[in-house]
Design a protein around this ligand. Structure first.
Ligand SMILES: Cc1cc2nc3c(=O)[nH]c(=O)nc-3n(C[C@H](O)[C@H](O)[C@H](O)COP(=O)(O)OP(=O)(O)OC[C@H]3O[C@@H](n4cnc5c(N)ncnc54)[C@H](O)[C@@H]3O)c2cc1C
Length: 372
């Protein structure tokens, strides 16, 4: 009998296990693959962390999430968050940039509009012409993603959690007073069950008919003409919405390549049968953007990787208690922008499981919004 069972050890489950174990709860983590695997959403070197959001409630939550990541770094004794600053680039007067600025101002977060000359002065790697707006925000950075997952799991174990890898959960029996989690050949009982199963959540909680679409996403690492030009400190994180799609990229981190990708627009897939081989046409599409915008990064593709988004219709998360079972908490639907929040989501889920309530405002993430 455990206080809590966490199903899924991506970034959300790993963070949750850490907070539960640290609070003294006997915690079991069940993960269907080996830890650090590459079949879900949390693998790879880097994820963007930023305060910039069009919806202010995300910016407000991110203030807490940053602090939690910094606390994790202190406890782990290692750097996981690297500040780079960011530029958001878009056509003059673009609603997306405008809404981000309004949200940042309302949240009391500093940002700056830059003109073409200011962008060239700071980051000559970008080639932009007239009629383009640039929004600079200094606190943006990257999280060393795979290291964050492993660090949370290791610290969870240090605080007493048990992590079982290669252990798929087949069923959750939540009808009784205590929930039972069933794997191939074993049954585990717990006072609380937390489902953080990413793109597989719909299968485990079939009865909820969750409005989730799992999509296939790709990231590519391009060889720059000179890697020094793209080191942290010399090149920022960027998002570019100029061509009716959101393209984003990172400075060089953990290798030689400049990581570039398109946000969203991936085809719906099953997480179990998704094609894991990157598409040559996608790699070429991104390279054509680079040739125009960042020509020094438009070299050969060194490496490419497939990853999954689990999307909700409004792209807001789902963080809630099961409507028919107070002992079951779920968090999914992170819609391609959840990683940066994991430090806070882990804390929220742990509080919801142990105290029945969290201090943070999770009203935008309630399941009930889909019934309206
Ligand atoms: C290409 C890409 C780029 C992204 N960029 C950013 C970014 O820059 N910034 C940002 O904030 N976010 C970003 N995201 C989103 C972020 O990475 C995800 O929101 C986050 O990783 C979701 O984590 P998760 O734990 O919910 O899911 P997952 O990482 O998929 O974890 C779910 C886990 O549950 C396990 N599981 C599932 N079913 C079972 C079962 N039955 N039994 C046992 N285990 C099970 C799975 O094996 C998996 O390990 C990006 C995502 C992708 C794909």
């Amino acid at each position: 009998m455990y206080d809590a069972i966490v199903i899924g050890a991506g970034i959300m489950g790993s963070a949750t296990a850490y907070y539960l174990a640290k609070a003294g709860a006997s915690t079991l983590v069940l993960e269907q693959f080996p830890r650090g695997h590459t079949f879900g959403s949390s693998h790879g070197d880097s994820r963007i962390i930023r305060l910039i959001y069009e919806k202010q409630f995300y910016t407000e939550l991110m203030k807490y999430a940053y602090a939690e990541w910094q606390d994790l770094e202190k406890e782990a004794g290692k750097d996981l968050l690297f500040t780079t600053g960011s530029v958001i680039i878009g056509p003059e007067g673009h609603e997306y940039l405008h809404d981000m600025r309004v949200s940042l101002d309302a949240a009391g977060v500093e940002s700056e509009w830059w003109n073409q000359q200011q962008l060239s002065d700071h980051f000559p790697q970008f080639k932009i012409g007239d009629g383009v707006d640039v929004l600079w925000q200094k606190d943006t950075g990257l999280l060393h993603a795979s290291a964050c997952v492993l660090t949370y799991l290791k610290l969870a174990e240090t605080h007493g959690a048990e992590v079982r890898e290669d252990t798929p959960v087949i069923e959750i029996d939540w009808q009784g007073t205590q929930s039972e989690v069933i794997t191939k050949g074993e049954r585990f009982r717990a006072k609380k069950v937390i489902v953080t199963a990413g793109g597989w959540t719909g299968y485990l909680l079939n009865e909820l008919n969750l409005p989730l679409t799992v999509t296939r996403q790709q990231v590519v690492y391009y060889q720059p003409t000179d890697a020094n030009l793209f080191q942290r400190g010399r090149f920022p994180i960027f998002l570019d919405v100029t061509w009716n799609e959101v393209l984003y990229g990172f400075p060089v981190f953990g290798g030689e390549g400049v990581k570039i990708a398109r946000h969203g627009m991936g085809q719906p897939v099953s997480p179990d049968t998704c094609n894991r081989n990157p598409d040559p046409a996608y790699i070429e599409h991104i390279r054509s953007f680079l040739r125009e915008r960042i020509p020094d990064a438009a070299g050969k593709a060194l490496f490419a990787q497939v990853c999954l988004y689990t999307e909700t219709p409004d792209e807001d998360f789902i963080i809630d208690t099961h409507p028919d079972c107070a002992n079951l908490v779920l968090a999914t639907g992170f819609s391609g922008h959840g990683f940066k929040f994991a430090s806070l989501v882990g804390r929220m889920l742990s509080e919801m499981a142990l105290e029945g309530i969290t201090d943070f405002d999770i009203s935008p993430f309630q399941l009930g919004r889909f019934e309206k």
